[in-house]
Design a protein around this ligand. Structure first.
Ligand code: PMP
Ligand code: GLN
Length: 382
Protein backbone atom coordinates (compact mmCIF):
# COMPACT_ATOMS: atom_id res chain seq x y z
CA UNK A 1 0.00 0.00 0.00
CA UNK A 2 1.49 3.34 -1.02
CA UNK A 3 1.59 5.91 1.75
CA UNK A 4 0.12 8.87 -0.14
CA UNK A 5 1.72 12.27 0.23
CA UNK A 6 -1.66 13.78 -0.70
CA UNK A 7 -4.17 11.49 1.01
CA UNK A 8 -7.00 14.01 0.72
CA UNK A 9 -6.62 14.70 -2.98
CA UNK A 10 -8.86 13.10 -5.58
CA UNK A 11 -9.71 14.03 -9.16
CA UNK A 12 -10.42 17.76 -9.43
CA UNK A 13 -13.94 19.04 -9.82
CA UNK A 14 -12.89 20.62 -13.15
CA UNK A 15 -11.95 17.24 -14.62
CA UNK A 16 -15.01 15.57 -13.16
CA UNK A 17 -17.48 18.12 -14.49
CA UNK A 18 -15.86 18.49 -17.92
CA UNK A 19 -15.91 14.70 -18.31
CA UNK A 20 -19.55 14.54 -17.27
CA UNK A 21 -20.41 17.32 -19.73
CA UNK A 22 -18.70 15.38 -22.53
CA UNK A 23 -20.43 12.12 -21.58
CA UNK A 24 -23.89 13.67 -21.36
CA UNK A 25 -23.52 16.15 -24.22
CA UNK A 26 -24.26 19.03 -21.85
CA UNK A 27 -23.11 22.58 -22.60
CA UNK A 28 -19.92 22.91 -20.62
CA UNK A 29 -20.01 26.05 -18.47
CA UNK A 30 -18.05 24.30 -15.72
CA UNK A 31 -14.24 24.25 -16.13
CA UNK A 32 -13.04 27.74 -17.03
CA UNK A 33 -11.95 27.95 -20.64
CA UNK A 34 -13.16 29.76 -23.77
CA UNK A 35 -15.00 27.85 -26.50
CA UNK A 36 -13.55 30.29 -29.07
CA UNK A 37 -10.04 30.65 -30.42
CA UNK A 38 -7.32 33.07 -29.46
CA UNK A 39 -6.42 35.92 -31.85
CA UNK A 40 -5.62 34.72 -35.38
CA UNK A 41 -2.31 36.60 -35.47
CA UNK A 42 -1.19 34.81 -32.32
CA UNK A 43 -2.12 31.38 -33.65
CA UNK A 44 -0.33 32.03 -36.94
CA UNK A 45 2.78 33.20 -35.13
CA UNK A 46 3.13 29.77 -33.47
CA UNK A 47 3.15 28.02 -36.86
CA UNK A 48 5.64 30.54 -38.20
CA UNK A 49 8.03 30.04 -35.29
CA UNK A 50 7.80 26.26 -35.47
CA UNK A 51 8.59 26.45 -39.21
CA UNK A 52 11.49 28.80 -38.49
CA UNK A 53 13.02 26.24 -36.17
CA UNK A 54 12.26 27.67 -32.75
CA UNK A 55 11.76 24.18 -31.39
CA UNK A 56 14.55 23.61 -28.89
CA UNK A 57 14.71 24.52 -25.20
CA UNK A 58 13.92 28.09 -24.27
CA UNK A 59 16.13 29.72 -21.63
CA UNK A 60 15.28 28.47 -18.14
CA UNK A 61 14.05 31.95 -17.15
CA UNK A 62 11.91 32.34 -20.28
CA UNK A 63 12.58 33.94 -23.64
CA UNK A 64 14.24 37.34 -23.23
CA UNK A 65 11.85 39.05 -25.68
CA UNK A 66 8.80 37.70 -23.84
CA UNK A 67 10.13 38.78 -20.44
CA UNK A 68 10.70 42.24 -21.94
CA UNK A 69 7.14 42.33 -23.27
CA UNK A 70 5.82 41.36 -19.84
CA UNK A 71 7.83 44.18 -18.24
CA UNK A 72 6.58 46.64 -20.89
CA UNK A 73 2.99 45.59 -20.29
CA UNK A 74 3.38 45.98 -16.53
CA UNK A 75 4.82 49.47 -17.08
CA UNK A 76 1.82 50.40 -19.25
CA UNK A 77 -0.82 48.81 -17.05
CA UNK A 78 0.47 49.66 -13.58
CA UNK A 79 3.17 52.31 -14.08
CA UNK A 80 5.81 50.10 -12.44
CA UNK A 81 9.35 49.43 -13.66
CA UNK A 82 10.15 45.71 -13.44
CA UNK A 83 13.52 44.27 -14.49
CA UNK A 84 12.84 41.55 -17.10
CA UNK A 85 16.10 39.75 -16.30
CA UNK A 86 16.04 39.51 -12.54
CA UNK A 87 12.33 39.82 -11.75
CA UNK A 88 10.31 38.01 -14.47
CA UNK A 89 10.19 34.24 -15.00
CA UNK A 90 8.11 32.54 -17.69
CA UNK A 91 6.51 29.32 -16.47
CA UNK A 92 4.47 26.49 -17.97
CA UNK A 93 1.22 27.93 -16.63
CA UNK A 94 0.34 29.91 -13.55
CA UNK A 95 -0.15 26.62 -11.71
CA UNK A 96 3.55 25.82 -12.00
CA UNK A 97 4.46 29.36 -10.94
CA UNK A 98 2.35 29.02 -7.80
CA UNK A 99 3.76 25.57 -7.05
CA UNK A 100 7.36 26.78 -7.42
CA UNK A 101 6.76 29.91 -5.35
CA UNK A 102 5.30 27.81 -2.54
CA UNK A 103 8.21 25.34 -2.64
CA UNK A 104 10.66 28.26 -2.66
CA UNK A 105 9.52 29.78 0.63
CA UNK A 106 7.49 27.25 2.64
CA UNK A 107 9.42 25.00 5.00
CA UNK A 108 8.24 22.00 7.00
CA UNK A 109 5.88 23.11 9.76
CA UNK A 110 5.14 26.53 8.24
CA UNK A 111 1.60 27.86 8.00
CA UNK A 112 0.12 29.35 4.87
CA UNK A 113 -3.01 31.47 4.98
CA UNK A 114 -5.50 30.93 2.17
CA UNK A 115 -8.95 32.44 1.73
CA UNK A 116 -11.98 30.21 1.25
CA UNK A 117 -13.48 29.67 -1.25
CA UNK A 118 -9.96 28.85 -2.40
CA UNK A 119 -8.54 27.76 -5.78
CA UNK A 120 -7.78 24.07 -5.71
CA UNK A 121 -4.05 24.01 -6.49
CA UNK A 122 -2.89 26.00 -3.46
CA UNK A 123 -3.33 23.47 -0.67
CA UNK A 124 -1.64 20.46 -2.34
CA UNK A 125 1.32 22.71 -3.22
CA UNK A 126 1.61 23.74 0.42
CA UNK A 127 1.28 20.18 1.68
CA UNK A 128 4.01 18.91 -0.64
CA UNK A 129 6.29 21.59 0.83
CA UNK A 130 5.55 20.21 4.31
CA UNK A 131 3.44 23.22 5.23
CA UNK A 132 -0.14 23.51 6.46
CA UNK A 133 -2.93 25.70 5.14
CA UNK A 134 -4.87 27.86 7.57
CA UNK A 135 -8.20 28.64 5.91
CA UNK A 136 -9.78 32.05 6.46
CA UNK A 137 -13.32 32.35 5.14
CA UNK A 138 -14.24 35.32 3.01
CA UNK A 139 -17.56 36.95 3.94
CA UNK A 140 -20.59 34.97 2.69
CA UNK A 141 -22.08 38.10 1.09
CA UNK A 142 -19.60 39.71 -1.27
CA UNK A 143 -16.56 37.50 -0.55
CA UNK A 144 -14.62 40.26 1.20
CA UNK A 145 -11.69 39.73 3.57
CA UNK A 146 -12.75 39.50 7.21
CA UNK A 147 -9.87 41.41 8.78
CA UNK A 148 -10.50 40.15 12.27
CA UNK A 149 -10.41 36.54 11.09
CA UNK A 150 -7.25 37.21 9.10
CA UNK A 151 -5.56 38.90 12.02
CA UNK A 152 -6.54 35.99 14.29
CA UNK A 153 -5.12 33.49 11.80
CA UNK A 154 -1.65 35.02 11.70
CA UNK A 155 0.80 33.27 14.00
CA UNK A 156 4.56 33.00 14.47
CA UNK A 157 4.47 30.12 12.04
CA UNK A 158 2.76 32.04 9.23
CA UNK A 159 5.21 32.11 6.32
CA UNK A 160 2.97 32.93 3.37
CA UNK A 161 -0.40 34.43 2.49
CA UNK A 162 -2.00 33.58 -0.87
CA UNK A 163 -4.22 36.27 -2.38
CA UNK A 164 -6.38 35.85 -5.47
CA UNK A 165 -7.95 38.89 -7.15
CA UNK A 166 -10.04 38.89 -9.30
CA UNK A 167 -11.19 35.91 -7.31
CA UNK A 168 -12.05 32.46 -8.61
CA UNK A 169 -14.86 31.39 -8.11
CA UNK A 170 -16.63 34.55 -6.86
CA UNK A 171 -15.22 37.25 -9.14
CA UNK A 172 -14.69 39.49 -6.07
CA UNK A 173 -11.97 42.14 -6.21
CA UNK A 174 -9.40 43.23 -3.67
CA UNK A 175 -9.12 47.04 -3.51
CA UNK A 176 -6.09 49.24 -3.04
CA UNK A 177 -7.36 49.97 0.48
CA UNK A 178 -7.38 46.21 1.18
CA UNK A 179 -3.75 45.98 0.05
CA UNK A 180 -2.81 48.90 2.32
CA UNK A 181 -4.56 47.21 5.21
CA UNK A 182 -2.79 43.93 4.51
CA UNK A 183 0.57 45.69 4.39
CA UNK A 184 -0.14 47.30 7.75
CA UNK A 185 -1.20 43.95 9.23
CA UNK A 186 1.91 42.13 8.00
CA UNK A 187 4.14 44.98 9.11
CA UNK A 188 7.72 43.75 9.49
CA UNK A 189 6.81 40.08 10.01
CA UNK A 190 8.69 37.48 7.99
CA UNK A 191 5.70 36.68 5.78
CA UNK A 192 5.69 36.29 1.98
CA UNK A 193 2.81 36.78 -0.43
CA UNK A 194 1.65 35.01 -3.54
CA UNK A 195 -0.75 37.21 -5.45
CA UNK A 196 -2.63 35.11 -7.98
CA UNK A 197 -3.71 37.70 -10.55
CA UNK A 198 -4.42 35.43 -13.51
CA UNK A 199 -7.68 37.34 -14.18
CA UNK A 200 -5.97 40.77 -13.90
CA UNK A 201 -7.46 41.98 -17.21
CA UNK A 202 -10.97 40.63 -16.64
CA UNK A 203 -12.42 43.46 -14.57
CA UNK A 204 -15.65 45.22 -15.41
CA UNK A 205 -17.68 48.40 -14.97
CA UNK A 206 -14.65 50.66 -15.34
CA UNK A 207 -12.94 49.45 -12.15
CA UNK A 208 -9.13 49.39 -12.19
CA UNK A 209 -7.27 46.27 -11.01
CA UNK A 210 -5.46 46.84 -7.70
CA UNK A 211 -2.31 44.85 -8.47
CA UNK A 212 0.27 43.94 -5.86
CA UNK A 213 2.73 44.96 -8.60
CA UNK A 214 1.74 48.56 -7.95
CA UNK A 215 2.08 48.24 -4.16
CA UNK A 216 5.70 48.96 -3.33
CA UNK A 217 5.55 47.72 0.25
CA UNK A 218 3.85 44.40 -0.61
CA UNK A 219 5.79 43.78 -3.82
CA UNK A 220 9.01 43.53 -1.80
CA UNK A 221 7.75 40.24 -0.34
CA UNK A 222 5.54 39.02 -3.21
CA UNK A 223 5.33 36.63 -6.10
CA UNK A 224 2.77 38.04 -8.54
CA UNK A 225 1.44 35.39 -10.88
CA UNK A 226 -0.40 35.75 -14.21
CA UNK A 227 -1.43 33.51 -17.10
CA UNK A 228 -1.24 34.11 -20.85
CA UNK A 229 -3.86 31.36 -21.06
CA UNK A 230 -6.55 33.66 -19.64
CA UNK A 231 -5.39 36.88 -21.26
CA UNK A 232 -5.04 35.47 -24.80
CA UNK A 233 -7.90 32.88 -24.74
CA UNK A 234 -5.46 29.94 -24.94
CA UNK A 235 -5.76 28.07 -21.62
CA UNK A 236 -4.36 24.91 -23.23
CA UNK A 237 -1.04 26.60 -23.90
CA UNK A 238 -0.32 26.47 -20.16
CA UNK A 239 2.01 29.45 -20.29
CA UNK A 240 2.22 32.01 -17.52
CA UNK A 241 4.70 34.11 -15.60
CA UNK A 242 5.70 35.21 -12.17
CA UNK A 243 7.11 38.57 -11.12
CA UNK A 244 9.07 38.78 -7.88
CA UNK A 245 11.99 40.80 -6.48
CA UNK A 246 15.44 39.44 -7.44
CA UNK A 247 16.05 37.52 -4.19
CA UNK A 248 12.70 35.73 -4.39
CA UNK A 249 13.05 35.19 -8.14
CA UNK A 250 16.40 33.50 -7.55
CA UNK A 251 14.85 31.05 -5.09
CA UNK A 252 11.83 30.44 -7.32
CA UNK A 253 14.06 29.66 -10.30
CA UNK A 254 15.98 27.07 -8.26
CA UNK A 255 12.72 25.14 -8.01
CA UNK A 256 11.41 25.92 -11.49
CA UNK A 257 14.57 24.65 -13.18
CA UNK A 258 13.98 21.21 -11.70
CA UNK A 259 10.19 21.08 -11.99
CA UNK A 260 10.15 21.96 -15.71
CA UNK A 261 13.35 23.80 -16.55
CA UNK A 262 11.52 25.94 -19.12
CA UNK A 263 8.22 26.58 -20.88
CA UNK A 264 7.30 25.66 -24.46
CA UNK A 265 9.57 27.57 -26.88
CA UNK A 266 7.43 28.40 -29.97
CA UNK A 267 4.56 29.55 -27.75
CA UNK A 268 6.87 32.01 -26.05
CA UNK A 269 8.11 33.38 -29.40
CA UNK A 270 4.53 33.77 -30.62
CA UNK A 271 3.38 35.52 -27.44
CA UNK A 272 6.34 37.91 -27.58
CA UNK A 273 5.55 38.82 -31.21
CA UNK A 274 1.87 39.23 -30.55
CA UNK A 275 2.33 41.33 -27.42
CA UNK A 276 4.73 43.62 -29.28
CA UNK A 277 2.39 44.16 -32.23
CA UNK A 278 -0.92 44.18 -30.31
CA UNK A 279 -0.44 46.03 -27.02
CA UNK A 280 -4.09 47.10 -27.20
CA UNK A 281 -5.27 43.49 -26.69
CA UNK A 282 -5.21 43.68 -22.90
CA UNK A 283 -6.95 47.06 -22.87
CA UNK A 284 -9.80 45.67 -24.96
CA UNK A 285 -10.38 42.61 -22.75
CA UNK A 286 -12.62 44.24 -20.13
CA UNK A 287 -15.04 45.42 -22.81
CA UNK A 288 -14.89 42.10 -24.63
CA UNK A 289 -15.74 40.04 -21.54
CA UNK A 290 -18.13 42.57 -20.03
CA UNK A 291 -20.26 42.25 -23.17
CA UNK A 292 -20.37 38.47 -22.61
CA UNK A 293 -21.20 38.89 -18.93
CA UNK A 294 -23.98 41.34 -19.68
CA UNK A 295 -25.47 39.29 -22.48
CA UNK A 296 -25.49 36.20 -20.28
CA UNK A 297 -26.86 38.03 -17.23
CA UNK A 298 -29.57 39.76 -19.28
CA UNK A 299 -30.64 36.38 -20.64
CA UNK A 300 -30.64 34.87 -17.13
CA UNK A 301 -32.52 37.78 -15.56
CA UNK A 302 -36.00 36.25 -16.15
CA UNK A 303 -34.86 32.86 -14.74
CA UNK A 304 -35.39 31.68 -11.16
CA UNK A 305 -31.65 31.89 -10.49
CA UNK A 306 -30.65 34.98 -8.51
CA UNK A 307 -27.32 36.74 -8.81
CA UNK A 308 -25.40 39.99 -8.78
CA UNK A 309 -23.28 40.64 -11.85
CA UNK A 310 -19.71 39.52 -11.30
CA UNK A 311 -17.18 42.37 -11.00
CA UNK A 312 -14.33 40.29 -12.44
CA UNK A 313 -13.12 36.95 -13.94
CA UNK A 314 -15.15 35.03 -16.53
CA UNK A 315 -17.26 33.33 -13.87
CA UNK A 316 -20.78 34.20 -12.74
CA UNK A 317 -22.07 32.79 -9.46
CA UNK A 318 -25.80 32.10 -9.35
CA UNK A 319 -27.98 31.20 -6.38
CA UNK A 320 -30.43 28.35 -7.04
CA UNK A 321 -32.18 28.53 -3.65
CA UNK A 322 -35.54 29.29 -5.30
CA UNK A 323 -35.28 26.27 -7.59
CA UNK A 324 -33.94 23.25 -5.69
CA UNK A 325 -33.18 24.25 -2.09
CA UNK A 326 -33.33 20.53 -1.24
CA UNK A 327 -30.13 19.83 -3.20
CA UNK A 328 -26.62 20.66 -2.07
CA UNK A 329 -24.48 22.30 -4.75
CA UNK A 330 -22.70 19.12 -5.86
CA UNK A 331 -26.09 17.40 -6.31
CA UNK A 332 -27.37 20.52 -8.06
CA UNK A 333 -24.43 20.56 -10.49
CA UNK A 334 -25.00 16.90 -11.34
CA UNK A 335 -28.74 17.48 -11.74
CA UNK A 336 -28.25 20.53 -13.96
CA UNK A 337 -25.81 18.62 -16.14
CA UNK A 338 -27.81 15.41 -16.44
CA UNK A 339 -31.36 16.75 -16.50
CA UNK A 340 -30.96 20.20 -18.02
CA UNK A 341 -27.86 19.93 -20.19
CA UNK A 342 -25.72 22.64 -18.56
CA UNK A 343 -22.56 21.74 -16.64
CA UNK A 344 -21.58 24.01 -13.73
CA UNK A 345 -19.12 24.02 -10.83
CA UNK A 346 -20.36 23.71 -7.23
CA UNK A 347 -18.83 26.34 -4.95
CA UNK A 348 -18.59 24.17 -1.81
CA UNK A 349 -15.59 22.26 -3.20
CA UNK A 350 -13.51 25.45 -2.78
CA UNK A 351 -14.09 25.41 1.00
CA UNK A 352 -12.43 23.52 3.85
CA UNK A 353 -15.71 23.92 5.78
CA UNK A 354 -18.52 24.45 3.28
CA UNK A 355 -21.35 26.75 4.35
CA UNK A 356 -24.29 24.35 4.72
CA UNK A 357 -27.00 26.79 3.65
CA UNK A 358 -25.09 28.18 0.64
CA UNK A 359 -26.79 27.38 -2.69
CA UNK A 360 -24.33 28.63 -5.30
CA UNK A 361 -22.97 27.25 -8.55
CA UNK A 362 -20.39 28.83 -10.86
CA UNK A 363 -21.01 29.38 -14.57
CA UNK A 364 -18.22 30.21 -17.03
CA UNK A 365 -19.25 32.82 -19.60
CA UNK A 366 -16.05 32.70 -21.70
CA UNK A 367 -18.22 31.32 -24.48
CA UNK A 368 -19.48 32.24 -27.95
CA UNK A 369 -22.76 34.12 -28.12
CA UNK A 370 -24.62 31.06 -29.44
CA UNK A 371 -23.36 28.94 -26.51
CA UNK A 372 -24.42 31.59 -23.99
CA UNK A 373 -27.86 31.91 -25.60
CA UNK A 374 -28.39 28.14 -25.66
CA UNK A 375 -27.25 27.74 -22.05
CA UNK A 376 -29.36 30.65 -20.80
CA UNK A 377 -32.41 29.26 -22.58
CA UNK A 378 -32.00 25.93 -20.80
CA UNK A 379 -31.39 27.59 -17.42
CA UNK A 380 -34.30 30.01 -17.77
CA UNK A 381 -36.65 27.11 -18.55
CA UNK A 382 -36.03 25.40 -15.19
N1 PMP B 1 -5.19 30.46 -10.50
C1 PMP B 1 -6.50 30.60 -10.71
C2 PMP B 1 -7.32 31.37 -9.74
C3 PMP B 1 -7.09 30.03 -11.84
O1 PMP B 1 -8.40 30.13 -12.03
C4 PMP B 1 -6.27 29.34 -12.74
C5 PMP B 1 -6.91 28.83 -14.00
N2 PMP B 1 -7.13 27.68 -14.25
C6 PMP B 1 -4.91 29.19 -12.48
C7 PMP B 1 -4.40 29.78 -11.34
C8 PMP B 1 -4.00 28.40 -13.35
O2 PMP B 1 -3.64 29.00 -14.55
P1 PMP B 1 -2.83 28.19 -15.66
O3 PMP B 1 -3.83 27.49 -16.48
O4 PMP B 1 -2.05 29.24 -16.41
O5 PMP B 1 -1.93 27.23 -14.95
N1 GLN C 1 -8.93 27.41 -13.43
C1 GLN C 1 -9.89 26.63 -14.13
C2 GLN C 1 -11.23 26.83 -13.47
O1 GLN C 1 -11.33 27.42 -12.45
C3 GLN C 1 -9.59 25.17 -14.12
C4 GLN C 1 -8.23 24.75 -14.50
C5 GLN C 1 -8.04 23.28 -14.25
O2 GLN C 1 -8.85 22.48 -14.67
N2 GLN C 1 -7.03 22.94 -13.56
O3 GLN C 1 -12.21 26.37 -14.00
Amino acid sequence: MISSKLPNVGTTIFTTMSQLAAQTGALNLSQGFPDFNGPQGLLEAVGRHIAQGHNQYAPMTGLQSLREQVAAKIARSYGVAIDPDSEVTITPGATEAIFCAVQAVVQAGDEVIVFDPCYDSYEPSVELAGGRCVHVQLSADGFAIDWQKLSDAISDRTRLIILNSPHNPSGALISRADLDRLAALIGERDIYLISDEVYEHLIFDGVQHASVLAHEQLLRRAFVVSSFGKTYHVTGWKTGYVVAPPGLTLELRKVHQYVNFCGVTPLQWALADYMASNPEHVEELPTFYQAKRDLFCDLLAPSRFTFTRTPGTYFQLVDYGQIRPDLNDVEMSLWLTREHGVATIPVSVFYQNPIAEQRLVRLCFAKREDTLRAAAQKLAAI
